[in-house]
Design a protein around this ligand. Structure first.
Ligand code: ADP
Length: 272
């Protein structure tokens, strides 16, 4: 079973089967080679393009537990490594998710790593070079990562600004993959599989999304992702009329600007 750590430390237990992942290129082979050669992996790409699903799929394929940390701007090295907590009569040490992953030889996925505080790089650096160690200053321990431990990090270059970018000295420790929204045929297969809509409907949705993505002069903070297409398809499967489903899944979540929304809706109406 896989542990998924939410930012508040909650742990959700996921099913023990291999999650569906539709490859776009040679990314599965690259992941596997990186794993076998104990190389850390950096995945770049927009939100909702399949990064998390890919890592979950590969962890299950390789038979390793997966520990996922959704990074946020308050996340510190101590949140990753662990801290002393106050018990009934004394304090005790509690491993953080990174430490647990090293001890278990798990795959540790730090999602949106650039959000985390800068002090996290201090613990990542010795883990991501050939030392593969995790020093735990507070307990004096120095953990050697087992062969099956793998660090995977991701970020969305679209969000990047000068304050929130990965330092060159950090990024050059990883092998890297760039993800983007998949080509039409692949995205159609994903939408069909994920939602259960007819292939023709999935294809229509993908065509509309592609037209929306290409729309000139529209500046959305988030692109129309595969995730949103799957949402639209799920609404349609649940009986929602397609134009309404697309507006609810692909327009309203992305903009509050009336002109932008009107332009997007026009493309959707023309598509059905
Ligand atoms: P990210 O981590 O890049 O934000 P996710 O991995 O959460 O995105 O993907 C969002 C959703 O899109 C997934 O839950 C899945 O339904 C679908 N998806 C996107 N790409 C793929 C893919 N290649 N194979 C299978 N599902 C995909």
């Amino acid at each position: 079973m896989n542990d998924r750590y939410a930012p508040d430390g909650r742990v959700d237990v996921m099913e023990d089967s291999i999650p569906f992942y539709q490859p776009v290129g040679q990314e599965c082979e690259l992941f596997e080679r990186a794993f076998r050669h104990r190389l850390p992996l950096l995945i770049k790409g927009p939100t909702g393009c399949g990064k998390t699903r890919f890592v979950a799929h590969m962890a299950a394929r390789l038979g390793r537990p997966l520990i996922t940390v959704a990074c946020h701007d308050d996340l510190t090295a101590a949140d990753l490594v662990g801290r002393h907590l106050i018990g009934e009569s004394q304090t005790y040490w509690a491993d953080g998710p990174l430490t647990r992953a090293v001890r278990q030889g798990a795959i540790c996925y730090l999602d949106e790593i650039v959000e985390a505080r800068k002090d996290t790089t201090v613990v990542l650096h010795p883990l991501t070079d050939d030392r593969r160690i995790l020093p735990i200053d507070r307990t004096g321990e120095q953990l050697h990562a087992p062969e099956t431990f793998m660090l995977v990090v991701s970020y969305n270059p679209g969000y990047q600004n000068l304050l929130k970018s990965l330092k060159p000295s950090t990024r050059q420790r990883f092998v890297a993959l760039t993800f983007d929204f998949p080509p039409s045929a692949v995205e159609t297969r994903i939408v069909t599989h994920e939602s259960g809509v007819e292939q023709a409907m999935a294809q229509r949705l993908v065509e509309v999304a592609q037209r929306l993505r290409r729309l000139a002069g529209i500046d959305l903070d988030e692109a129309i992702s595969t995730r949103l297409l799957v949402y639209a398809a799920n609404l349609i499967r649940a009986g929602c009329e397609p134009v309404m489903a697309c507006i609810a899944a692909m327009v309203e979540p992305l903009t509050d600007d009336a002109d932008t929304a009107a332009a997007l809706k026009e493309v959707i109406r023309a598509g059905f």
